[in-house]
Ligand binder design. Structure first.
Ligand code: HPA
Length: 264
């Protein structure tokens, strides 16, 4: 925290995690300081193609923001505590809002590749939690409420923004699965039956840590591939990156619109 404060003194309002698909948002930030994760004590390094590993400090739509350009995943070998360490730092620096984005596979048959899903709820299928272990009461309660982890007002604001912008956006349940292998047909079938609309390899850990710390959360997912268990096409990281890049403009504008509309 002190390492960031030394380079950038303002109190941020929001932390933003740029998953696959939201990187163009980084270019919209008026950057005042840029810090490599490697230069920040205890920050894990990003090891995945398409995840830069930089923390941007600056202003977006008139709000002070901290932007993680490059997210950390459980499958990289980081523990849940390590994956969520930057969220704890964002909270300690003053962020009251967390915006998380990701790329995901679409399980809901109404979804098309390139659509956006505003996350309304999640399934934690990591069977692990950043809250395992002795609770630090200074960070949050032992048993945090999870009745509405994704802020209902922000879900509504994001859907309204998408409608205004002419961008197809659904509302749905995100299943967080460990990866890094994509799911089998049997797993996609299971996930759909469990109530998931989309599946990805991230987001759930960060949201649990953010809710533990009392942050409001907005989660957006770009559907990069369709998970049709009975006629499944092969998926690869390059295809996911390409599809996410195509949808990033809509997602970027939704985030900007929600930030611009936040009450002071
Ligand atoms: N499964 C898991 N993660 C993903 C997928 C998927 O089908 N697509 C993009 N991220």
């Amino acid at each position: 925290m002190a390492a960031i404060r030394r380079r950038w003194a303002p109190e941020p309002a929001a932390g933003i995690v740029l998953g696959t698909g939201l990187h163009p948002l980084a270019a919209r930030v008026a950057v005042e300081a840029e810090l490599d994760y490697a230069a920040l004590p205890h920050f894990p390094r990003s090891t995945v193609a398409g995840h830069a590993g930089r923390l941007l400090c600056g202003t977006l739509c008139g709000r002070r923001v901290l932007v993680m350009e490059g997210r950390l995943h459980r499958y990289e070998g980081w523990s849940m505590a390590e994956v969520t360490y930057p969220i704890r730092v964002m909270r300690a620096l003053g962020c009251e809002l967390l915006v998380v984005s990701n790329a995901s596979g679409g399980l809901n048959p109404a979804f098309a590749a390139g659509d956006v899903m505003v996350i309304e709820d999640h399934l934690n299928l990591f069977f692990d939690s950043p809250l395992f272990g002795i609770n630090d009461d200074a960070l949050g309660p032992r048993f945090p409420d999870m009745s509405a982890p994704y802020d209902r007002e922000l879900v509504a604001a994001a859907l309204a923004a998408a409608r205004r912008l002419g961008c197809t956006a659904h509302q749905g349940v995100y299943a967080g699965f460990t990866g890094p292998s994509f799911e089998t047909r049997a797993e996609y079938r299971m996930l759909r039956r469990l109530g998931a609309d989309a599946v990805g390899m991230s987001t759930v850990p960060e949201v649990i840590a953010a809710r533990h710390g009392g942050m409001r959360v907005l989660g957006l997912s770009v559907i990069t591939n369709l998970c049709r268990p009975d006629c499944l096409a092969a998926t690869g990281h390059e295809a996911v990156l390409a599809a996410a890049a195509g949808a990033s403009r809509g997602m970027t504008r939704i985030v900007e619109s929600v930030l611009a509309g936040l009450a002071d």
